[in-house]
Design a protein around this ligand. Structure first.
Ligand SMILES: NC(=O)c1ccc[n+]([C@@H]2O[C@H](COP(=O)([O-])OP(=O)(O)OC[C@H]3O[C@@H](n4cnc5c(N)ncnc54)[C@H](O)[C@@H]3O)[C@@H](O)[C@H]2O)c1
Length: 450
């Protein structure tokens, strides 16, 4: 059996239309591929059918509407739809328990259903992040449940996803895709698919397990690198050196095949991946008698940041003569990183909780986050505008910096706040000029590691 994909007009089904699945589906549809998205969440399918999208990713709602309008993007809860497609992409969620063990429910049910509808000649591409070995030991046997044989009747490849919130749609058409095939034919078919469907380069791996490990190494590295930046920032603050200057200079230095690339310090690490994938890796290693102490160390360093940032605010207020329990703090930006409204595991929540515990009156504003989600996560009514939040504030705490904040009239905001208002730069990483202009307006600037 020769797997399809040597034709121009390939069709694709994407199973799991969460963050990853919907970005992949709309990007393929926008490139002219016929896509059918399948999800068990009927309300999500209803919304997408109507051309709407609940996810806040920039450009995603527009591409959902465009895909529905052009007819290139169909959505359904019915798994039978996958039978008509050449490629089946799986992007269901893979949460972990406290101890890092994979919660297999979504993968298990999706692979079982797909197995019942697979037909000979199809290629299945698994994108969910999993402990190495999962594709071979769990997914492949379930896909074979309908009677077909993996590698003979259908192809299988693991292709990890690298996109990140805020720039997902650009990244999906730019970043190379790592491909680990069940066998050579599966790998080659998956490579052809990504090159033709999204116009991206591919990075072949010699096994599925290597490709699965690539994804975990990616997030291990990012979490670790951020931990390094965060600890550097705490150290620089203690010796009176600007951490951003140190990082910028260090990153100029060639090392190996590229430059040293230390990331930036911030409020902490959140989102759905960096908070779980390192533990998934740690658990998988432990089951084989390997102790990955760097995973634990990096997680601890990053998890300590919200408390550190709350401390910076409380100390900064005290230095200005305002005890925390008589202060008003306006938090601008609540998401877990810049330019997204995603509140999943956001480290801004423990900062806000610590400030409240210290007695501060905390106002919240994030133009990208859904007000209902803010209410649910933070338990308070968000301000509808930045002015309302900033009014009478002793501290403006920018915990996530969105591009649209650059339009803010800082002089007007300063006029609304208390005199000498503390400006806590949690993620804006302002350059020297901007810091000077904020200081010139009468703000007292403090940044992480600055
Ligand atoms: N979010 C990211 O930035 C990101 C980046 C890289 C990799 N990943 C990985 O990609 C995978 C998907 O992540 P996500 O953020 O899109 O998850 P998500 O939770 O946003 O979406 C998962 C979707 O799968 C659906 N689903 C659950 N069970 C199903 C089933 N049996 N059949 C069909 N659909 C089903 C859910 O209804 C949901 O819509 C995870 O493994 C994640 O670790 C995520």
């Amino acid at each position: 059996m020769r797997f399809l994909l040597d034709r121009e007009d390939i069709t694709v089904s994407v199973v799991g239309l969460g963050y990853v699945g919907s970005c992949v589906a709309v990007s393929l549809a926008d490139n002219g591929v016929d896509v059918v998205g399948v999800d068990v969440d009927a309300s999500l399918i209803e919304e997408m059918e109507a051309g709407r999208c609940r996810l806040k990713e920039p450009g995603l709602p527009e591409l959902v509407a465009k895909g529905r309008g052009s007819g290139r993007l169909r959505v359904t809860t019915d798994f039978a739809a996958i039978s008509d497609t050449d490629v089946v992409v799986i992007a269901v969620g893979t949460p972990v328990q406290e101890d890092g063990t994979l919660v297999e429910t979504q993968v298990e049910s999706a692979a079982t259903e797909i197995g019942l509808h697979l037909r000979a000649g199809q290629v299945v591409i698994f994108k969910s992040t999993v402990p190495p070995g999962t594709t071979r030991a769990l997914v492949a046997p379930l896909l074979e449940g309908g009677g077909l044989t993996c590698g003979e009747d259908f192809g299988l490849a693991f292709c990890p996803e690298r996109l990140s919130q805020g720039s997902a749609l650009a990244e999906i058409r730019r970043l190379p895709v790592v491909v680990g095939g069940w066998d050579e034919r599966s790998g080659a078919a998956a490579e052809r698919f990504w090159r033709a469907g999204l116009g991206v380069e591919t990075v072949p791996c010699s096994s599925i397990e290597a490709a699965e490990t690539v994804k975990l190494l990616n997030n291990w590295w990012i979490d670790h690198n951020i931990a390094l930046a965060n600890e550097l920032a705490r150290y620089c603050a203690a010796i009176g050196v600007d951490a951003m200057e140190v990082i910028a200079a260090t990153n100029e230095v060639p090392k190996g095949k590229g430059n040293i690339n230390v990331l930036s310090p911030g409020v902490g690490v959140g989102g759905s991946c960096l908070t779980k994938d390192p533990w998934m890796l740690w658990r998988s290693a432990r089951e084989r008698g390997v102790d990955l102490s760097t995973v634990v160390t990096a997680r601890e360093a990053n998890e300590a940041m919200p408390g550190y940032v709350a401390g910076l605010i409380v100390d900064g207020l005290a230095a200005l003569g305002t005890p925390a329990d008589r202060s008003r703090v306006a938090v601008l930006g609540l998401s877990f990183k810049n330019n997204t409204g995603d509140l999943r595991s956001t480290p801004t929540l423990p900062v806000v909780s610590a400030l409240r515990e210290a007695g501060a009156d905390v106002a919240l504003f994030d133009p990208l986050a859904d007000p209902d989600e803010i209410r649910k996560e933070f338990g308070v009514e968000p301000s509808s505008g930045v002015e309302g939040a900033a009014s009478g504030a002793d501290c403006l705490a920018v915990l996530a910096w969105h591009d649209e904040f650059a339009e803010l009239d800082m002089a007007a905001l300063r006029a609304l706040t208390a005199p000498g208002c503390l400006f806590l730069d949690g993620r804006a990483h302002f350059d020297e000029q901007t810091v000077e202009s904020l200081t010139g307006l009468g703000f007292t600037y403090r940044g992480i590691g600055r």
